[in-house]
Design a protein around this ligand. Structure first.
Ligand code: FES
Length: 70
C-alpha cells in the first residue's frame, strides 16, 4: 500500500508517494536524495541515522515515514 507523505526538510516542503512500510530514513535517502543520515544497525540502536524531527533527535530507521508527516 502506498501513502503520500509531506515533510518540511531543511526548510523546504517536500512530498512523495511511498510504501507504507518505508521508514523515514528510506524516504529521506530514497525519495529526497538526502544522504546525510546513514543506515547502521537498522534497529534504532546506533544513532547513525539520527535526524531532527520537530527539533528533537530521532532514529529515522525506526520511525515510520507516515508518523513524520504532519
Ligand atoms: S541505523 Fe542505527 S539507529 Fe538507525
Amino acid at each position: 500500500m502506498k501513502q503520500i507523505v509531506k515533510l518540511k526538510v531543511n526548510g523546504v516542503e517536500q512530498e512523495a508517494t511511498v510504501e507504507t512500510r518505508h521508514t523515514l530514513l528510506d524516504v529521506l535517502r530514497g525519495e529526497f536524495k538526502l544522504f546525510g543520515a546513514r543506515e547502521g544497525c537498522g534497529i534504532g540502536m546506533c544513532g547513525a541515522c539520527t535526524v531532527l524531527l520537530d527539533g528533537k533527535p530521532v532514529s529515522s530507521c525506526a520511525r515510520c515515514s507516515s508518523t513524520a508527516s504532519p
